[in-house]
Design a protein around this ligand. Structure first.
Ligand SMILES: Cc1cc2nc3c(=O)[nH]c(=O)nc-3n(C[C@H](O)[C@H](O)[C@H](O)COP(=O)(O)OP(=O)(O)OC[C@H]3O[C@@H](n4cnc5c(N)ncnc54)[C@H](O)[C@@H]3O)c2cc1C
Ligand code: FES
Length: 284
């Protein structure tokens, strides 16, 4: 087993892939809710990815990623036996679980990949977990079987009704609360706009709400300020103070504005044609 070698690669749908990677030192310390920062090669960009799982004995960590841009598309071209240049972690604070009896985890789209270790980790910890998985349509559904095994109740919803119930995650959450389900905490993981609405709903019902933020990151150590978010009027760094925060305190509009800062450069990057290698390296 080589350092940071891809041991298993499994496509979950057209865009989302599950990797099992050898990283014994990271696996030894990993906890649900934490993430790593990796580089594909020595010139690579550093990108953060949540650990979807880890196996201390086998010395492996699991990553589930969506191919959305430059680095994740490069990762799509890596195969079993290939190695990452480096993986740093575990980073961030683990998911808070103490004192919780019953929670509802709400995952939206790719956010379900990040919600997976949180929901199943809480379940293993003895917490009752209702899981709402929301997707735009049937083709994008991932991890259904894994969530069904790893949580108490799974509610699948799609925006267009092509799979599960036709509903947004917030509609389903509203329904469960109005039916009398009592939660100590709601955990929101997905697009910022979904997390904002879930947190508003939780606040209206006086339920604690935690959101897992995915701000831009560079060093992952609290030094560069790249991942700054405003929480309760104070500057916090998602990499060291998070990634999970009290969702009712997050300045969502500021976070959404910051996440759109580099949209133009990223679109340019994705369309980049590499003349050195004589081919298209990345494409939409
Ligand atoms: C703590 C943390 C955990 C994460 N865990 C996962 C995970 O488990 N699985 C996964 O698929 N993704 C995860 N992400 C998001 C992932 O880091 C980005 O998708 C990745 O950096 C994109 O890199 P790229 O070079 O492929 O795309 P880029 O070309 O850099 O960007 C492509 C698109 O992705 C968006 N994007 C880029 N970086 C982020 C970011 N940090 N958060 C949200 N959107 C972003 C851009 O706005 C753009 O629309 C996580 C992010 C953070 C901060
Ligand atoms: S990534 Fe640099 S401060 Fe968080």
């Amino acid at each position: 087993m080589k350092r940071f070698e891809i041991l298993k690669k499994r496509k979950l749908n057209n865009n989302i892939t599950w990797l099992v990677i050898s990283a014994p030192l990271v696996a030894r310390k990993a906890k649900p809710g934490q993430f790593i920062i990796l580089r594909t090669d020595e010139f690579g960009e550093r990108i953060p990815l949540t650990m979807a799982g880890h196996d201390e004995k086998a010395g492996t960590i699991d990553l589930i990623y969506a191919a959305v841009g430059r680095t994740t598309m490069l990762m799509d071209r890596m195969e079993e036996g290939d190695c990452f240049a480096d993986i740093v972690g575990p980073l961030g604070k683990p998911t808070h679980m103490e004192g919780l009896k019953k929670v509802c985890v709400v995952g939206g789209g790719t956010g379900n990949a990040l919600a997976y270790p949180i929901a199943t980790g809480m379940h293993r910890h003895g917490i009752k977990v209702d899981m709402i998985c929301g997707f735009k349509n049937k083709e994008l559904v991932i991890l259904e079987e894994e969530f069904r095994k790893g949580t108490d109740h799974l509610y699948m919803v799609t925006d267009d009704g092509s799979y599960g119930e036709k509903a947004f995650t917030t509609d389903k959450l509203k329904q469960l609360i109005s039916e009398g389900h009592v939660y100590d905490e709601i955990v929101a993981v997905g697009p910022p706009i979904m997390m904002k609405l879930v947190c508003q709903l939780a606040k209206e019902h006086g339920i604690a709400c935690v959101a897992s933020l995915t701000a831009y990151m560079i060093d992952g150590t609290g030094m560069c300020g790249g991942c700054r978010a405003i929480i309760g009027g104070e500057n916090k760094f998602v990499c060291v103070d998070g990634p999970e925060f009290d969702g009712t305190l997050v300045d969502w509009d500021e976070l959404i504005r910051r996440n759109a800062y580099y949209a133009q450069q990223e679109a340019h990057d994705r369309a980049h044609v590499c003349r050195l290698t004589g081919g298209v390296r990345y494409h939409d």
